[in-house]
Design a protein around this ligand. Structure first.
Ligand code: FAD
Length: 289
């Protein structure tokens, strides 16, 4: 199918893009990489009166070291994140996860702002935002505000943006950890995840000093599992820890059945991935000691 007709605006600034959205009376849509929006247009599942293309706005594509955090412009492509040495050294879980985002052609065009705004519960970027406790900067007719990742994702394919707001930057705090892992199962490499987990730890002599856990594909939004983090840190570092960790993680989620998998199967996958991820993270932390 082909899209219903629409007007096209190519503003040169974020302010002009917001003006174009306001002028559309809520009927306009932002276009970034187009990798999720264009299929929706072609199937006529969305019929905006105007597409406001962000690609002509300079200064929205960057990856910047700000000391204790990495700032990423909303128009930064998935492929740039995948190949960034800065991301690899400071946000290693993101670096590992980006290879799993769709296929090469999609990664060449898709943007971080689009990936977050689309809010797919089985997509890596929303999960990474939850994992790192990212701060999402948005600009709209009423000015600028910063939204915590845990508030940004409201439901499947639903974010908390007000009408005419545009994501402009995302800041990812750096974790002071020494072991990490990202594990995912999808039907084919590059498909959306059936289940996935990201784990990062700082290892002490007999216990973990800190842990970070996020999962996706098992709820309507990505989840950071704070209660599981606290339980993991309280466990002794013995041979049983991957098994116990797996039980802790699975107890935190109740995935639904859907077209792609039963909830029971997704839970089973998550349990296996949890064991694998923790073993990898602990081994890495031990090597770093
Ligand atoms: C076959 C296929 C497989 C895929 N597999 C995966 C996968 O495995 N993992 C994964 O993470 N993603 C996957 N994707 C999605 C891909 O990552 C998209 O690029 C991404 O979801 C949307 O980014 P985009 O820049 O293309 O946004 P667009 O398609 O341009 O926009 C998507 C939505 O976000 C809004 N939007 C875009 N930018 C902004 C902004 N700055 N501020 C506010 N709103 C904005 C648009 O209005 C639209 O509603 C897949 C896509 C396809 C087609």
């Amino acid at each position: 199918m082909k899209p219903a007709s629409f007007d096209y605006a190519s503003p040169a600034t974020v302010e002009a893009a917001i003006e174009a959205l306001v002028a559309s009376n809520g009927e306009g849509k932002v276009l970034a990489g187009g990798q999720s929006l264009l299929p929706l247009l072609n199937f006529r599942m969305t019929r905006p009166s105007v597409l406001v293309d962000l690609n002509g706005i300079e200064g929205l594509s960057y990856i910047e070291d700000r000391g204790d955090r990495i700032a990423i412009g909303a128009l930064t492509r998935h492929r740039d994140l995948e190949h960034s040495p800065l991301v690899a050294s400071r946000l290693p879980v993101m670096s590992a996860a980006m290879r799993h985002v769709a296929h090469l052609a999609i990664r060449n065009r898709g943007t971080i702002g689009g990936g977050l705004a689309h809010a797919d519960p089985a997509a890596e970027l929303p999960m990474l935002a939850a994992f790192y406790d990212a701060r999402i900067s948005v600009q709209g007719p009423n000015g600028h505000r910063v939204i915590a990742a845990q508030e940004f994702f409201v439901d499947a394919l639903t974010n908390c943006l007000e009408p005419h707001e545009i994501v402009v930057e995302i800041e990812f705090p750096i974790l002071d950890h020494d072991g990490w892992a990202f594990e995912e199962v999808a039907r084919r490499f590059g498909d959306f995840a059936l289940a996935s987990i990201a784990v990062s730890v700082r290892r002490g002599p007999s216990r973990l000093e800190d842990a970070r856990i996020a999962v996706m594909g098992v709820a309507d939004t990505p989840l950071r599992l704070k209660a599981a983090e606290a339980e993991l840190v309280a466990l002794a570092l013995d041979d049983e820890i991957p098994e116990r960790f797996s039980e802790i993680v699975v107890a935190q989620v109740s995935p639904n059945d859907d077209l792609h998998a039963s909830g029971e199967y997704r839970g089973h996958l998550l349990g296996e991935l949890s064991k694998r991820a923790l073993r990898t993270a602990l081994a890495q932390a031990e090597r770093a000691a």
